[in-house]
Design a protein around this ligand. Structure first.
Ligand code: PGA
Length: 252
């Protein structure tokens, strides 16, 4: 049985004041049994979040990390070792905003994935196609290419140590959610691809969906057989809404 993960990606939102208010709201939520919970705040607020969430079922993750674990002359970067030291258990790698706005290639994403694993962080590998790629019928190829670099380096076992997040770029922050069937198709395709390499491990890999997940569409998405939770952007900035999404994962 795969344990669902519901993770919040706060992106570049928040101030000390609003983060404290959100944390207060989160600690008051009723969290479901059997669902793993994580939030990825801006790095500046990780310490604050780790402190406030101690004793709660929520863990904290980074939104990205440097390509190396070792300290170095990399102005502005944060290493996965530092994230681990700050109390993180997870780190997102290859989010589409990092890929498109910061030019992160598959090779860079793979280095980040490797550096995270080397530090004992679980990497959440984000994959997904743009609207143009979907329209051109390239969804399967794009997602397969994004997975392949990781598979070449670490095999299916590497992905089983982390998490795959399928996030169609056209659904991120747009209010356009993939239908449960559209998402399930891609999740099943990903698992089938992994199963060709190692069927037993493929069944253990968690594949979460991201892209305009809200309290009112979460349960239908999470009910799909290959959707093992969600990566939530905008809706994770509201404690009630994030709590409701997590509880939906607990019901399926
Ligand atoms: P969204 O973002 O839920 O606001 O669409 C998802 C993500 O980028 O992880």
């Amino acid at each position: 049985m795969r344990r669902p993960l519901v993770a919040g990606n706060w992106k570049m939102h928040g101030s000390r004041q609003s983060v404290d208010a959100l944390l207060n709201g989160l600690v008051e939520q009723e969290w479901p049994e059997g669902v793993e919970l994580m939030i990825a705040p801006p790095a500046l607020y990780i310490d604050r979040c780790v402190g406030r969430l101690q004793g709660s079922p929520l863990s904290v993750g980074g939104q990205t990390c440097a390509t190396q674990a070792e300290p170095g002359a990399l102005t502005g970067e944060i290493s996965p070792a530092q994230l681990r030291d700050a109390g993180c258990g997870y780190v997102l790698v290859g989010h589409s905003e990092r890929r498109t706005l910061f030019g992160e290639s598959d090779a860079v994403v793979c280095k980040k994935f490797a550096a995270a694993l080397a530090c004992g962080l679980r990497p959440v590998l984000c994959v997904g196609e743009s609207q143009a790629e979907r329209d051109a019928g390239q969804t399967a190829d794009v997602v397969a290419r994004q997975l392949q670099v990781i598979l070449d380096a670490f095999g299916v076992g590497g992905l089983a140590e982390g998490v795959v997040a399928y996030e169609p770029v056209w659904a991120i922050g747009t209010g356009l959610t993939a239908s449960p069937e559209q998402a399930q198709d891609v999740h099943a395709m990903i698992r089938a691809r992994l199963a060709m390499l190692d069927d037993a491990q493929a069944q253990d890999v968690r594949i979460v969906y991201g892209g305009s997940v809200k309290a009112d569409n979460a349960e239908a998405l999470f009910s799909m057989p290959d959707i093992d939770g969600g990566l939530i952007g905008g809706a994770s900035l509201n404690a009630e809404e994030f709590g409701a999404i997590a509880r939906a994962a607990g019901r399926v």
